[in-house]
Design a protein around this ligand. Structure first.
Ligand code: SME
Length: 151
């Protein structure tokens, strides 16, 4: 799928006069999860303002129990510390991984920056193994830049 065709819809959500920040982030999750076959779970985990924890602000897909993730724990927690994209071809090969569903096979986590600070991330799970490549990285980096303008 050519992910760029979704960019105008993302821009419309971000620029809309309707909805608060979390509602817009929810709309982004819903759009991605409902239109991209391999994006089975989509969520934004955002860093607490003073504690070293990530908090789930919005999500689309099967609800997860992992609403708060400490920095360093799981794929998400590692990205909170590393400030780098993390593309996981096979989640079963990861030692430091938090399973949300037995169906998940691969995962991508892309950090979000505001004025150079890592403020959170978009996290996507796929039920397909090795579902993510550089096109996903560039697309999700672009989305995070758009969302960060709301924060
Ligand atoms: N798998 C993630 C946890 C979040 S769930 O995927 C929704 C991790 O290892 O950090």
């Amino acid at each position: 799928m050519n992910l760029d065709i979704l960019k105008p819809q993302i821009t419309d959500i971000i620029d809309s006069n309707v909805g608060n920040v979390k509602q817009k982030m929810q709309a982004v999750c819903d759009l991605l999860q409902s239109t991209i076959d391999t994006y089975n779970w989509v969520g934004f985990y955002m860093a607490h303002e003073s504690e070293p924890t990530l908090h789930l602000w919005s999500q689309a897909g099967i609800p997860t129990d992992h609403l708060i993730i400490p920095f360093g724990k799981g794929i998400c927690g590692q990205v909170a510390v590393s400030n780098s994209n993390f593309v996981v071809e096979d989640v079963l090969a990861q030692d430091n991984y938090i399973a949300c569903s037995i169906h998940v096979k691969s995962e991508i986590v892309i950090p979000m920056f505001k004025e150079g600070k890592n403020i959170g991330q978009i996290d996507i799970d796929s039920n397909t193994i090795n579902a993510f490549n550089e096109n996903d990285e560039r697309f999700l980096e672009w989305i995070n830049v758009q969302v960060a303008t709301l924060l």
